[in-house]
Design a protein around this ligand. Structure first.
Ligand SMILES: [Mg+2]
Length: 227
């Protein structure tokens, strides 16, 4: 299916709420790695390594999180640059799919261990309201850099995603779509978890998924009845 997809040609939606991961799902980049690439090569390499380890479930995300943040210390202007990079890197077809879901009155939420300040502008561009964006908020350190978590930030932790989904009391049935181990961890508290592998494919994530979608087109029959 393509940009001209008409939801009236699709069957009824299978879910009342669809929750999307952001990095390597809605967009093809990993936001924190993108920021790290603004620094020197060592920081970029270390960040990528930590992200890969965390997403593969080999180390808890909280261990990776503070380490990366402390090394990168993003400035406000860099978070705006990342917001722009996110919008330039949308996975083809994602914007249309989210539009189709919302016109079919499905609640779409974005759930991310990434940085809220950079994700909200992209969400608004996708037509997802800011109160349906759940991500990590940072606060400034003494140098004005965003190197600190703004209070309790469950999404910077390994079990954060299922915890937040439960707290939100979303309309059921709920589908979760993502590429990482933190997305797969949501499976126990939703009706379906779909591994989205168009950007990154991880065997441990696919193994526990109800289905694998290798492209946005693959998501349509999972999210809508086939008429
Ligand atoms: Mg991801």
């Amino acid at each position: 299916m393509n940009a001209t997809t008409d939801f009236r040609a699709l069957g009824a939606p299978r879910f009342k709420t669809v929750v999307f991961d952001v990095d390597s799902t809605v967009t093809s980049i990993e936001g924190i790695d993108w920021l790290a690439a603004l620094r020197d090569e060592d920081v970029a390499r270390e960040s990528e390594y930590l992200t890969a380890q965390a997403m593969a479930g080999e180390i808890p995300i909280e261990a990776a999180y503070m380490r990366r943040l402390d090394r990168i210390k993003p400035a406000a202007s860099e978070l705006l640059m990342l917001a722009d990079a996110y919008q330039q890197s949308l996975v083809p077809g994602m914007r249309e799919l989210i539009g189709v879901l919302q016109r079919a009155r499905v609640h779409v939420h974005l759930l991310s261990g990434g940085l809220r300040a950079a994700i909200v502008p992209m969400a608004l561009h996708l037509g997802v309201p800011a109160d349906r964006v759940h991500a990590v908020s940072l606060s400034r350190d003494i140098d004005g850099r965003f190197s600190l978590l703004d209070g309790e930030q469950p999404l910077a932790t390994q079990r954060g995603k299922p915890l937040v989904v439960q707290r939100l009391q979303l309309r059921k049935p709920i589908a979760m779509i993502g590429d990482g181990s933190t997305d797969a961890a949501v499976r126990g508290v939703v009706e379906a978890f779909f591994a989205f592998t168009a950007v990154a494919r991880r065997e441990n994530v696919v193994k526990v998924a109800d289905a694998e979608a290798a492209s946005v087109d693959d998501l349509y029959p999972l999210l809508f009845e086939v008429p």
